[in-house]
Design a protein around this ligand. Structure first.
Ligand code: PGA
Length: 251
């Protein structure tokens, strides 16, 4: 099974020329590239192999919503994936209710959703069981009303991103991330009959990518900082390809 590698550029780069260069360098099959909104069109034109992603979405189709961007608008630029509920957005005030509305709207518009969940350090510090409870609660709230009739394995991806691991250089332990990924997958099958892919995100780099991607429980990675460095990102994508080929060969 091919691993999915998502490049979350966040609010980078600042110039359109850099965005084009980065897109060209990262354009590989099995990759989703999520640039800032103003670069969606130009990046979409560059990509031949990778899929285009957005970093956020709004739930209404149109209307008096200053600063928001609708699913229809994103689709018009060739967007296929949308990241929803990233912890950096939640930190700015995005609630589970807002996340749930966005997930419903995106799926309804035929976009694939990459839903980010993950516990803060004060929860994980208590115990891994507490982290599991935190994540399950997020999933329950964020996927409110979502059932197997609107979701396929292609259309819903969960990114497990422990908040304390994002942008800190302190990645989770691959074994723990794998346990959490399997836990998320099973809990969605049991509670909603949903079959999803589960990615790991949080300080993924060239040194640790193999340890995460080699785990069968982990279907890919959501990469922030390292996705802005073409050489590093390419290496991570190569690792993903190698691991998938070796799994396919039964290793
Ligand atoms: P990071 O970001 O790779 O820089 O930790 C991951 C993310 O926020 O998706």
């Amino acid at each position: 099974m091919r691993k999915l590698i998502v490049a979350n550029w966040k609010m980078h780069p600042v110039a359109v020329r850099q965005a084009v260069g980065l897109a060209r360098a990262s354009d590989t099959r099995g990759v989703v590239i999520a640039p800032p909104f103003p670069f969606l069109e130009v990046v979409g034109k560059v990509l031949r192999h990778a899929a285009l992603g957005a970093q956020d979405i709004f739930w209404a189709a149109r209307g008096a919503f200053t600063g928001e961007v609708s699913p229809t608008m994103l689709k018009a630029f060739g967007v296929r994936y949308v990241i929803i509920g990233h912890s950096e957005r939640r930190a700015l005030g995005e609630t589970d209710t807002m996340v749930a509305r966005k997930v419903t709207a995106a799926l309804g518009a035929g976009l694939a959703v990459i839903l980010c969940v993950g516990e803060p350090w004060d929860v994980r510090r208590k115990s891994f069981a507490a982290a599991k409870r935190f994540v399950v609660r997020q999933l329950r709230a964020d996927l409110r009303g979502i059932g197997s009739s609107v979701v396929s394995r292609q259309s819903l991806v969960i990114a497990y991103e422990p908040v304390w691991a994002i942008g800190t250089g302190r990645a989770d332990k691959p074994a723990d991330a794998a346990t959490m990924a399997q836990f998320i997958r099973k809990s969605l099958v049991v509670s909603r009959k949903l079959s999803v892919r589960v990615l790991y995100g949080g300080s993924v780099n060239t040194r640790n990518a193999h340890a995460f991607l080699a785990r069968r429980e982990i279907d890919g990675a959501l990469v922030g900082g390292a996705s802005l460095k073409p050489v590093e990102f390419k290496k991570i994508v190569e690792v993903a390809g190698k691991v998938a080929r070796s799994h396919a060969a039964g290793h």
